[in-house]
Ligand binder design. Structure first.
Ligand code: PLP
Length: 448
């Protein structure tokens, strides 16, 4: 691996050709909106392979990957133990449509790691997990309103898309077309980190609120950790009004620590969240996700109870093998490595952005972090939106041209893996001075 990636041609003819084919048969040419690069401009890179901390695109250019499939690839790409587990499972069959041992083992591993989770049900995506968790909360409480926070993303569930993060934030959409007014009216959207707003909402409509759903530590508007006492306050208020608290750990679960954000912030004096949702890391790059929590609440699910929930591929033997192997490999050494890579990268980012005079704030949750191009700390979605997005786009393209793949949006966390060795980290660090200059140049074009 040579250090000079600035010599790479920036044009991506093979990706451009693939995009043209894709545009003819797929809206926007992509199967998930942020991948389209619309927020940063340019041609999305079509990847052909991945290994360790690297991605390789159709033009045979290699990138250090700081997206890691939006979180799942915590061990890096193609980890040998996960590869072996997948090959072993696939050799025995792709899908049984019956219960199988891998599902039990994965559920046991999740229950073992996250103390308040007594039982889980496996599903195939984070969206299904949050959708099922709110249905269960509504079934349990007999109430219909859901409280969510602006800038939090919980998948593309109808009632949870209002002022959502991730792609909805990236494209500055207020919410989504196609969600009936009646459905949107079942959702109360509040500013994140604002307990007074939560108190007020409960004072007014507490009898009708089934649950508060929150990202355990939001990563879908960039990284915006809860203020000290915020999660605790949510637990206190929901408990006082007989509503459930759902902690969405789809992104943070098994990434921020062995037991997710809960492992860093919990247990809570006011009590634990009733339900949790998981995805991303627990699937190891395959479609596997879960929701779980208190056994008495989970007992309401069919076939035991009246809340229906099902899935043809739920608990798929290959996906669960990948997830279980991934979690098994997530040793204390892995979390230590993720932390030290994040330490190095955030320190270098600070150094080079400061040297270039770029207004910025870096926020972090475990090994997740992101850069906001503004002066002041970001506490909520309004703060996140007040960053200077064109500076991110300039920074992004400079990094891309130097062989570093960042999330193509200013409203996403960056993800590292345990496979990010010193060579990969050094390549990222070497790209920072030019990227910082590019961001500075973008700032210089505005009248501030
Ligand atoms: C990614 C994500 C989801 C949705 O998961 P999908 O597998 O993309 O459906 C839900 N909640 C959070 C916090 C996420 O980061």
């Amino acid at each position: 691996m040579t250090a000079d990636h600035s010599a790479y041609p920036y044009a991506a003819p093979a990706s451009e050709a693939l995009l043209e084919r894709a545009l003819a048969v797929t809206p926007g040419g992509v199967n998930s909106p942020v991948r389209a690069f619309r927020a940063v401009g340019g041609t999305p890179r079509f990847m052909v392979s991945a290994d360790g901390p690297y991605l390789r695109d159709a033009d045979d250019r290699e990138y250090v990957d700081l997206v890691c499939s939006w979180g799942p690839m915590i061990l890096g790409h193609g980890h040998p133990a996960v590869r072996a587990a997948v090959a072993g499972a696939a050799a025995k069959g792709f899908s049984f449509g019956t219960p199988s041992e891998n599902e039990v083992a994965l559920a046991e591993e999740i229950v073992r790691r996250v103390d308040p989770v007594e039982q889980v049900r496996l599903v195939s995506s984070g969206t299904e997990a949050t959708m099922s968790a709110i249905r269960l909360a509504r079934g349990y409480t007999g109430r219909s309103l859901i409280v969510k926070f602006a800038g939090c993303y919980h998948g593309h569930v109808d009632s949870l898309l209002a002022q959502a993060g991730s792609g909805v934030a990236t494209f500055a959409l207020p919410d989504s077309a196609g969600v009936p007014k009646e459905m949107a009216a079942e959702t109360i959207v509040l500013p994140y980190n604002d307990l007074a707003a939560v108190e007020a909402a409960f004072a007014e409509r507490g009898h009708d609120i089934a649950a508060v759903i929150t990202e355990a530590s939001p990563g879908n508007m960039g990284v915006v950790p809860p203020a000290p006492g915020f999660t605790e306050g949510l637990r206190r208020i929901t408990a006082a009004h007989g509503a459930l608290l759902i902690s969405d750990e789809v992104m943070t679960g098994f990434r921020c620590s062995a037991s997710g954000w809960f492992g860093l912030e919990g247990p809570y004096a006011a009590g634990e969240p009733d339900l949790f949702t998981f995805g991303k890391v627990m699937g190891g790059g395959f479609p596997a996700a879960a929701f779980g929590g208190r056994a008495d609440v989970m007992a309401l699910l069919a076939p035991l109870g009246p809340v229906y929930q099902a899935g043809t591929l739920s608990g798929n033997p290959v996906a669960t093998a990948a997830g279980l192997a991934t979690l098994t490999q997530c040793t204390p050494e892995v979390y230590a490595r993720l932390g030290s890579v994040a330490d190095t990268l955030t320190a270098s980012l600070t150094e080079h952005l400061t040297a270039a005079g770029v207004p910025h704030v870096i926020q972090r949750a475990g090994s997740m972090f992101s850069v906001f191009f503004r002066e002041d700390p970001v506490h909520d979605y309004d703060d996140a939106r007040a960053q200077y997005v064109p500076a991110f786009a300039a920074f992004f393209h400079s990094m891309l041209s130097q062989g570093v793949y960042l999330p193509p949006s200013a409203f996403e966390s960056w993800f590292v893996s345990a496979a990010h060795d010193s060579v990969a980290v050094e390549r990222i660090v070497a790209a920072l001075p030019a990227a910082a200059s590019a961001a500075a140049a973008a700032f210089a074009t505005i009248d501030r």
